[in-house]
Structures are given as C-alpha cells and as structure tokens.
Ligand binder design. Structure first.
Ligand code: ADP
Length: 352
C-alpha cells in the first residue's frame, strides 16, 4: 500500500533532485568564496551582527607567539565594528623577525563587521632602510661640504700666498671626496634600477683588462704591483658595464688597502658552471668580526684609512648588487695583516 499516488512520488523525486542540485551549487559557491578569501594576501575575519566569527581566511591565521596578541586586537576591533564604529590599531611585534601589523575593524552596511589584518613588516623594513640610507648620505656629504666651508672661510681671511695655495689644494681634495660619493651613489642607483641589465656575451679578458687599466697608474704611483693572471673561460653572459664596474671596485680596494710593495692579482676560472673572478691582495686584510659587514653600504673597517684613501664606503655594495643582478654572489676570505681575496661568482648562462 502507498500513501502517495504514483504522480506525487515522481514529483517528490524531482523536487528532491532539484534541491540536491541547488544545494550542491550553493556549496560550490561557498567553497569558491572561501578559496577567494584564502587567496587574498591580507588577513580577513568576518563576523555576523552578533559578533560570531563566520569566516577567517588563511592570512588571518598568524600562528606562533604573535597569535594571542593579534587575536585580542581582532576581537576588540571586530566588536567595535559590529557595534557600528570603525577603528584601527598598529601592532609592533618585536621578533625576531620584527613584525608590524595594521588591524582595522570595518562595520558592514547590513550588520556585522570585518577585521582586516595588513602585514606592513616589509614596508616598515624598506622605510627604515631608506631613512637610514638618507641619514648616511647626509652624513657622508656633510663632512666634505662642512670642510669646504671652513677652508673657504680660512681662504677668505688669509693674505699669505703659500697658505692660500695649501687651502685651495685641500678644497680640491674635499670637492673630489664629495663628488666621489655622488658618483658612487649614482652608480649604485643605476645598477639597482637597471636590474639584471642587458645580457650579452661578454669577453672576460676585456672586462678584466678594462677594470685593471683604470687602476694601473695609481697602483704604480703607490708602489703596488698589479698582475692579471689566467683569465678563462673566454666569455660570460652578463652586462658588460656592470661587470667592469664590479671588478674595477674590487681592484680599487685591493690597491687602496695594500701597502707599498704589495701585489694584487686578478684571475678568472670556471668552477661548476660559474665564472669565478678572483681579486687577491697582500694588503692590510680585514678583521674576522668585520667580514660579514663590509658589503653593507657605507660600512668601513677603518674610517680614518678610508678617508685618507678617498673611500666612499659604497664600492662593495655596488659589487654585491652586480653579483645579485647576475644571479651570482661575492664572497671574501681575509686575514688581518696578510691580505684579502674577493671572489665574484657569476653563473655562465645557457650556451656558454
Ligand atoms: P671604501 O670606499 O671605503 O673602500 P668599500 O665598500 O669598497 O668602501 O669597502 C668597505 C670596507 O671594506 C672598506 O672601507 C675597507 O675597510 C674594507 N675593505 C674592502 N676591500 C678591502 C681589501 N681589499 N682589503 C682590506 N679591506 C678592505
């Protein structure tokens, strides 16, 4: 016996099928919505009008020891958003690594609220580096410009021709120092902005030859022997100007930080698919504690020596940038009083 007529059963089956299809479609939409939320790079927590959290995307799950602090802020801002008031809080979490988060509570038009967690750590780091850089530049330029002002005042007050000559020569020296810093800054920003630059087949011996030629005269003048040894392979894929600049900076340092009678050797070899350009000197060397820092902008081991040799503190930062632009790196081995060897490693690239 059946409680339904045959036609009614058919209808019921059709209705159930429709409902199943409709529910499937809604579930697929919800899944798509969740996937969309998860793909957003900022943290999102959505609450209904009673403050119950409905959705929390992947970026909102911060984990670790920061979780509690963030959760507390999210709950407070969400409650305020649900109550109709927008508010925000900037959280600085001392790491390491240090993190800076901006958490905002946003009321929604139809009730409920949204908490948005924005990770500003990278931006904060870039800002800090920029501020540091600007203050370094100001300091670097202030020194020679200040000296120029003092020398010019002394010049204006002096009638003695010999004293004037001496002051004028000092002024030239300070002007060169300031323009050296500006030249290196321009070079550094050209290389930074230029990125990987033009990739072409570059002759290694031409790169090394050009870089060495720039320093031969000064090396002879200070009594340092500059030797170019075996250069192989013949070529490497890269940006010629950047490579000349990098090798030139390494040779410049090797000569600058050598004493009379010192020897600077430049060579290049292929090692495991990379060209290794080595610049070795028998100079003053670098203390072990400074080895990691010499590639930082404006870092000098000995400020006084760098000042007398006209160093800008930017040479090795330029070399490191060139290496990175070429997918390579630069390393140093050194012993105080015995000398240093810098190795610029550049992948040879396809077809080399
Ligand atoms: P600078 O213009 O002062 O030479 P660099 O960025 O080229 O700046 O180098 C940073 C610091 O690293 C230098 O001030 C110097 O103390 C040290 N340094 C670099 N190359 C050598 C080297 N070949 N021998 C000894 N010290 C070096």
């Amino acid at each position: 016996m059946s409680w339904f007529a045959r036609g009614e059963v058919e209808q019921l089956r059709r209705d159930l099928d429709h409902e199943r299809v409709a529910r499937g479609a809604i579930e697929a939409e919800i899944e798509r919505l969740h996937a969309g939320f998860d793909a957003v790079p900022v943290g999102i927590v959505l609450a209904d009008e009673r403050g119950k959290q409905l959705v929390r995307n992947r970026a909102a799950a911060l984990g670790g020891h920061v979780e509690l602090l963030v959760e507390e802020a999210v709950e407070r801002l969400l409650a305020s958003a649900v109550g109709g008031t927008a508010a925000e809080q900037r959280l600085t979490l001392f790491g390491p690594p240090q993190r800076v988060l901006l958490i905002r509570g946003i009321p929604l038009a139809k009730g409920g609220g949204l908490a948005v967690i924005d990770d500003l750590s990278d931006r904060a780091r870039v800002d800090a580096v920029r501020t540091d850089f600007v203050s370094n530049i100001s300091h670097e330029l202030k020194t020679p410009v200040g000296a120029l002002a003092i020398l010019a005042e002394a010049l204006a007050d002096s009638d003695d021709i010999e004293v004037n000559r001496h002051l004028a020569l000092k002024m030239v020296e300070e002007a060169h120092r300031a323009s050296g810093t500006i030249d290196d800054l321009l070079e550094l920003s050209r290389i930074e902005l230029g990125g990987p630059g033009d990739r072409e087949d570059v002759s290694l011996s031409a790169v090394v030859g050009e870089a060495a030629a720039r320093h031969r005269l000064i090396a002879d003048t200070v009594g340092v022997e500059l030797q170019v040894k075996c250069i192989s392979p013949e070529s490497v894929q890269g940006d010629r100007l950047q490579l000349v600049s990098a090798v030139s900076n390494l040779i410049d340092n090797a000569v600058k930080y050598s004493n009379k009678g010192g020897i600077v050797t430049v060579s290049a070899h292929e090692v495991n698919g990379c060209v290794e350009i080595e610049v070795a000197d028998t100079g003053i060397g670098i203390p072990a504690r400074d080895l990691d820092r010499v590639f930082e902008r404006f870092y000098r081991v000995d400020r006084a020596r760098s000042r007398t040799t006209g160093g800008t503190g930017l040479g090795l930062a330029i070399v490191r940038h060139v290496a990175t632009n070429h997918g390579g790196d630069v390393t140093v081995r050194s012993r105080e009083g015995e000398g240093s060897t810098f190795t610029l490693r550049i992948p040879m690239g396809e077809g080399s």
